[in-house]
Design a protein around this ligand. Structure first.
Ligand SMILES: [Zn+2]
Ligand SMILES: [Zn+2]
Length: 240
């Protein structure tokens, strides 16, 4: 491993996300990430952390750092990546979110299955309510709730025309004290330079938003942190 230059992909969906491929199982995600040479990953399902216990169980014996994460959909239909210092805090947030998810049953034929898996990739349950819906929680409320759990919020894929803070609000409210923003990994060259010039006060990260194994990133995005651990990633995202 190489100091201060760690390959990451911090936005990956498992088979729990209705749009995630069925083979996005905990073992497949971790093995593919290792094959691609990644050192730090995060599995960020829509409004849920229910596949994280399996991911963490498997990662115990592997050379890879997992950052506990959830991609939350706010009341304003803005996607926010929420990262936590421990699995327990992510699961606590997951339980809290349950009562703010509209009680709309998932239509599997339209949206796909929402499968909870164990560390042997066996299905141990399913989430009944559609996870991609907007929660009854505002962006502000989500920031407060995540901070309370010592986590950090990174607005997701702000370059996209939908489900992004820029497309839906037009700007990043300064009182939220956002330090890090995510751009799609497809943003490159002059387009990337434009974003950097227009948002000089933010750190930019780029992850895959992979819903299939082949879309998990190669070694193209790197975090300049001393040691690869969860604490340093969270600290980095919350600094300027
Ligand atoms: Zn998203
Ligand atoms: Zn996503």
């Amino acid at each position: 491993m190489n100091g201060g230059h760690w390959a990451y992909d911090l936005h990956i969906h498992s088979a729990l996300s209705p749009c995630g491929d069925k083979d996005m199982t905990p073992n497949n995600i971790i093995n593919m990430s290792l094959l691609k040479g990644l050192e730090i990953i995060s599995v960020t399902d829509h409004n849920s952390a229910k596949n994280l216990p399996a991911i963490f169980e498997i990662a115990k014996n592997k050379e890879i750092i997992i950052v506990p994460g959830i991609e939350v959909n706010s009341k304003e239909e803005v996607h926010l990546l929420c990262y936590f210092p421990t699995l327990e805090l992510a699961l606590d947030f997951d339980r809290y979110l349950e009562s703010f998810l509209p009680p709309t049953r998932n239509n599997k034929k339209i949206f796909g299955e929402q499968i909870i898996l164990n560390s042997e990739d066996k299905a141990i349950g399913e989430v009944d309510y559609l996870l991609i819906n907007a929660l009854d929680l505002s962006i502000e409320e989500i920031f407060t709730l995540v901070r309370k759990r010592k986590g950090v919020v990174v607005p997701a894929h702000i370059d996209r025309d939908s489900y992004s803070i820029i497309s839906n609000l037009g700007f990043i409210p300064s009182h939220l004290s956002v330090k890090t923003i995510e751009l799609s990994s497809s943003v490159k060259g002059d387009v990337l330079k434009n974003w950097e010039n227009n948002y000089p006060n933010f750190q930019i990260i780029q992850s895959s938003d992979a819903h299939s194994l082949e879309n998990i990133l190669e070694r193209i995005s790197f975090l300049p942190i001393e040691k690869p651990n969860i604490e340093n990633v969270i600290k980095f995202f919350d600094s300027t």
